[in-house]
Design a protein around this ligand. Structure first.
Ligand code: OSB
Ligand code: MG
Length: 381
């Protein structure tokens, strides 16, 4: 955190004794494979952080995958960074603000940092019997829903998936695109669903040479195209944005508020996908939403097909001002037959998602169920 920002009192209070710190690896099978231009995943293999203090159990979920195909970080690198560089900074008497300041010395590794920050915020909130949104100072509200539909074998299968999403009441649908699976696939969806709030996510599959091809998507009135160019790029996106009517949205390229400010200044995008895990945590994500709002840029909460822990956290985050568009916040059943938290996320009759009311992340982690999906468990303290 920079020192010119208001910090609530709880950020400066000692974190107190944390009796037990554990890392758990879980693997939850998906109901169907999730295909993107960078990888196809059959399960959510997540690294969980479990803290125990004064009878309170708190959780964080690292959004990294086991592979480095979406982002450079993996569950393995996150374990290494948390264990060998972040936790050693957690000295007795330190506050959350103090710890985060010390962890700034560790470059990058935002997903590892977010997982620890998330667990500590859950702990602080639970100790105060407050839901996370209230700890952060935001009133409860129901949030908008959105679904991300992965690659399907053929157009009819894609149309069936979109149809189901529309029937369930999702506020917007995102479809994955990539080389050879773009214009005609989007055209088919748009022709069948003329009024649908529809967007496309390329996960960096194109280059600037594809500008003319991408411009052909303009006719389909997509709400945005997400990360068409390289995963680390902002500048070339600004050149592409100047050639497209459709707004661009950045995902992979944005690792913190400085990146977001650069993208806004360069006009590299007109929308930002804020994934709290990708930007280093909830506090940075809240700041980024404020930054976007200050520049009149719509923003939304992205997802990493999280288990119920990360899913609940993303919902809590969207109580913050600035999340003006529906995000990738979908029902639990879209990914999992059984999840490790209760209750599952469901849409109400108007397609909204209720803010869970319990303390911290707001939902209860069912530890007996975790046993069924556990790959490994390591006690660090
Ligand atoms: O690019 O937004 C992405 C899932 C894993 C990795 C990257 C992405 C996604 C999604 C799904 O699109 C988001 C979700 O449903 O949680
Ligand atoms: Mg994306």
């Amino acid at each position: 955190m920079k020192n010119n920002e208001p910090q609530p009192a709880w950020m400066e209070e000692p974190l107190g004794n944390i009796e037990r710190i554990e890392l758990l690896n879980v693997s939850l099978p998906f109901v169907a494979p999730f295909g993107t231009s960078v990888a196809t995943w059959n399960s959510k293999d997540a690294l969980l952080v479990r803290l125990e203090a004064d009878g309170v159990v708190a959780w964080g979920e690292c959004v990294a995958d086991p592979d480095p195909y979406y982002a450079g970080e993996t569950t393995g690198t996150a374990r290494h960074i948390i264990k060998d560089f972040l936790l050693p900074e957690l000295k007795p008497g330190l506050s959350l603000a103090g710890l985060l300041e010390r962890c700034r010395r560790v470059r990058g590794n935002e997903m590892a940092k977010a997982a620890l920050e998330n667990a500590l915020l859950d702990l602080i909130a639970k100790r105060r019997s407050l839901p996370l949104h209230a700890l952060l100072g935001f009133p409860s509200r129901r949030i908008m829903s959105g679904i991300s539909i992965g690659f399907q074998d053929d157009v009819p299968a894609l149309l069936a998936q979109v149809q189901e999403a529309v029937e369930r009441g999702y506020h917007r649908v995102k479809m994955k695109i990539g080389r050879g699976r773009d214009v005609e696939w989007v055209r088919a969806v748009r022709e069948r669903f003329p009024a649908l709030a529809l967007m496309a996510d390329a996960n960096g599959d194109y280059s600037l040479e594809d500008a003319a091809l991408l411009a052909r998507l303009d006719e389909f009135k997509l709400t945005m195209i997400e990360q068409p160019l390289a995963y680390h790029d902002i500048y070339q996106h600004s050149l592409l944005q100047a050639r497209l009517r459709t707004p661009l949205c950045l995902d992979e390229s944005i690792h913190g508020c400085d990146d977001a400010a650069a993208a806004i200044a360069l006009k590299g995008c007109r929308v930002i996908n804020i994934k709290q895990g990708r930007v280093g945590g909830l506090l940075e994500a809240v700041k980024m939403a404020g930054l976007c709002a200050g520049h009149g840029l719509p923003a939304w909460s992205g997802g990493m097909d999280e288990t119920g822990i990360g899913r609940a956290l993303n919902i809590q985050l969207q109580a913050a001002p600035g999340f003006t568009l529906p995000g990738d916040t979908s029902e639990t059943r879209r990914y999992f037959r059984e999840d490790i938290v209760e209750p599952p996320v469901i849409l109400d009759r108007e397609g909204y998602i209720a803010m869970p009311a319990g303390p911290g992340i707001g939902v209860a982690v069912v530890e007996e169920r975790i046993t069924n999906y556990l790959l490994g468990r390591e006690k660090l303290r």
